[in-house]
Design a protein around this ligand. Structure first.
Ligand code: GLA
Length: 735
């Protein structure tokens, strides 16, 4: 997988890609190739071009070498490259000019894990570690590159070491830099906000710099930390794709810059805006991991690579391929109005309709009646839950259900015991009133005593042994980010130190409770990233539970994430977020391929739709094993139609979901060309036993249901007349 030539050309190659760079004659790490696998990757070094550039400054190597048109592995600023650098900061002389030169390399078997940050698991992998140094300022930078035998993912990170005797300061400490050759590219990225996460945007890579980032303290729904630079015109099945994400849940930046010579530089890492790290002599700083995927044939191939890797190497191993329980969540059923009787009543309802788990959402802890109080005080409310959570959990379990519970550990309301006792445990800056968000303040997780307190509080609840699931929420962006636990000149480290604290807390909890299924939530998808996913196998994708609102969200999310890590429930209609009225079936179908499926409906709604809910929850339970480890495909996505295919891991059950948003008369007949089937096999449609040839389903397509408007004809499969209709096909491989 990793080969190195005598004159120090490095090549990482597997069946998916080759990645090649060399030590240039000037001692710089020069990038040569990232793309499809090469039989002789070391040979690309020979064909490299150099010329004299007018105006450009020449790097120390001579007139034919300017860093401004040289693709590099880890560029810095101030020595003839004017593009945004991967390394920038203040050196021991107080100026900002660093110059990194090759020093040495080593190859380690497998993949070292990062100590304080989450990192991808190894296995059948090799890691190349190249050390660069700035001899003047005694800064060493280790670049880590891990390649796997079986995955199209390259994992990179950087480690900075101060080997000198004076302090250095880091401002840009990116995880990776990727200089792509001049070409017409587009960017695909996923933006949004609360209840509208994962909107897809495609734009041409402009001249200049385009950045998606976060300064909110969470990776955020505004921009998921994911970007794909694609060959112009790339589709699901055509075009070269270079995609990147970060294993980080805080302030990140993904910067794309098209320079004067049209090379495109992608930088991935911690957001340099408002970041500043003091590196004392002898100290190290490790960046989060950046993950890169190259795919030859469009976005479908890219997503397959991400999905497999995330499932196998990021998401907690013990839940890989483990069917998720169906559930009833109390949130949209009762909001804050929960007490022991009501929960037990809902548990009976849950049992009646056949779900596996009752989840007690917000509202169970001391004094919590609405969102103005009590976050921080994680003991059961004495009036509403006089017997405590362990007793309630035991009662729910005695009914044959699993039991789950909600926490929002990182927050405190000013109206709480915790805040009274420790007003300085919040993120704040001297002399300014901290801004509230949803009436709450953010705890200062950069302080070890806060982490210990939270661990103790959560541990107290979980240690009863009857908790199967925890929803870990986080409902505001951070402001006034400062810490009473850090000195004046380390205040700009607080955002990152917060993340280190959070990861430490999560690690301690999931190590103590490996069998509890943790679900990550931040007002929906405000912190849906690989960092959180490495501790929590499930993510609440969005508070948008209207099925039509959810379609875009799931579609966008699926570029990066396997739906194995997502959950969806049937919420009320009219929907509480956008007021849309939709059928129970469409509400279910929108989330049909999410691993965890459930409901959040009040008793009245449950009773009114009992039979349908029973049948859907039975279907969800029966198909739960299929919804982990399979393959999701985006077949059609227009403003009015969406069609997805999902194939179980054993490829024996194939699901096809079709959504027709607004009805119109006299529509064309549509077919969905299915993918990845066995062309020689027959597939039986479960609803009527009809058999379809695999090759015909792929080449000729499956006729999609028609929105009935005129007279019906029994040869055509119809959907309910009106808006927001959907249909779910299930095929079984028959031969
Ligand atoms: C957030 C979550 C919801 C729910 C509420 C409870 O908004 O996204 O699902 O848990 O908090 O307050």
């Amino acid at each position: 997988m990793i080969t190195v030539s005598e004159d120090k050309t490095f090549a990482l190659t597997n069946a998916h890609f080759s990645y090649v760079f060399r030590v240039s004659p000037e001692g710089i790490l020069e990038h040569l190739h990232y793309g499809g696998p090469l039989a002789d990757p070391l040979s690309v070094a020979v064909h490299h071009l150099r010329t004299q550039r007018e105006v450009a400054s020449n790097f120390q190597g001579g007139p034919y070498f300017s860093l401004s048109d040289t693709p590099q592995e880890f560029p810095s600023f101030g020595t003839s490259d004017y593009r945004f650098p991967a390394l920038h900061g203040r050196n021991s002389d107080g100026n900002t000019v660093f110059s990194l030169h090759y020093k040495k390399y080593r190859i380690v078997k497998d993949k070292p894990r990062l100590k304080k940050l989450p990192s991808a698991r190894g296995g059948n992998s090799e890691t190349l570690i190249v050390t660069l140094e700035d001899p003047l300022h005694k800064l060493e930078v280790e670049l880590h590159y891990t390649i796997y035998q079986d995955y199209g993912v390259l994992v990179r990170s950087a480690k900075f070491k101060n080997k000198g005797e004076k302090e250095l300061q880091l401002q840009h400490a990116f995880s990776s830099a990727l200089d792509l050759p001049p070409q017409d590219y587009e960017i695909l990225h996923l933006h949004g906000t609360w209840s509208r996460e994962f909107n897809e945007e495609r734009i041409d890579v402009p001249k200049g710099r385009f950045v998606i980032d976060s300064a909110r303290g969470t990776s955020s729904a505004a921009h998921n930390p994911f970007i794909a630079i694609v060959q112009k015109g790339a589709t699901e099945t055509f075009g070269r794709v270079y995609a990147t994400t970060l294993m980080y849940s805080g302030n990140f930046a993904l910067s794309v810059e098209k320079g004067e010579f049209e090379g495109v530089r992608l930088l991935a890492g911690i957001n340099p805006f408002n970041f500043h790290w003091r590196l004392k002599p002898g100290k190290k700083f490790c960046t989060p991991e950046a993950l890169h995927v190259y795919a030859d044939e469009g976005l479908r191939g890219m997503s397959h690579i991400w999905h497999e890797f995330i499932r196998d190497k990021i998401s907690p191993e013990q839940f890989r391929h483990k069917p998720r329980p169906t559930y009833l969540n109390t949130w949209e059923a009762a909001y804050f109005d929960v007490d022991e009787d009501k929960v037990l009543h809902l548990a009976d309802k849950a049992k009646e309709i056949g779900v596996d788990m009752l989840v007690l959402d917000d509202g169970w802890f001391e004094g919590r009646r609405d969102d103005t109080s009590s976050l921080g005080d994680w003991t059961a409310d004495k009036e509403r839950f006089p017997n405590g959570i362990p007793a309630l959990a035991a009662k729910v379990k005695a009914k044959g259900l699993k039991f789950g519970i909600w926490f929002e550990p990182e927050m405190v309301n000013p109206k709480s015991q915790l805040f009274k006792a420790h007003p300085d445990w919040i993120l704040h800056v001297p002399g300014r009133t901290p801004s509230l968000g949803r009436n709450q303040l953010t705890l200062d997780l950069s302080r070890p005593e806060v982490i210990d307190y939270l661990f103790g509080q959560i541990d107290d609840v979980l240690s009863c042994g009857d908790i199967d699931y925890v929803k870990w929420d986080m409902n505001r962006n951070m402001t006034e980010v400062g810490s009473a636990g850090q000195s004046r000149n380390r205040q700009r480290e607080v955002s990152h130190r917060y993340m280190i604290g959070l990861y430490d807390l999560l690690k301690r909890l999931v190590e103590k409770y490996p069998d509890i299924l943790f679900e990550n939530c931040a007002s929906g998808g405000n912190r849906f990233d690989l960092g959180m996913l490495s501790y929590m196998a499930q993510n609440w994708t969005s508070d948008m539970c209207d099925p039509i609102g959810r379609l875009d969200i799931i579609n966008g999310c699926s570029y990066l994430f396997p739906l194995d890590v997502t959950a969806a429930y049937i919420g009320p209609s009219p929907n509480h977020q956008n007021g849309r009225v939709s059928s129970i079936a469409t509400r279910f179908n929108a989330g049909a391929f999410c691993a965890a499926r459930g409901i959040s409906l009040n008793e009245e709604d449950i009773d009114a739709h009992k039979v349908e809910l029973q049948s859907l929850m039975k279907f969800a339970k029966d198909t739960a094993p299929d919804m982990v480890g399979g393959r999701f495909e985006r077949l059609v996505k227009t403003n009015n139609e969406v069609c997805w295919q999902y194939s179980s891991r054993d490829k024996r059950t194939i699901y096809l979901a079709y959504f027709h948003i607004l009805a119109a008369p006299n529509l064309p007949f549509r077919r969905a060309r299915m993918v990845g089937l066995d062309p020689k096999a027959e597939y039986m449609l479960v609803e009527d036993g009809a058999r379809y040839a695999g090759d015909a389903l792929m080449q000729n397509g499956m006729p999609l249901p028609y929105v009935a408007t005129g007279q019906v004809n029994n040869k055509v499969r119809y959907m309910t007349k009106g808006d927001f209709s959907s249909y779910l096909f299930v095929f079984k491989k028959a031969t």
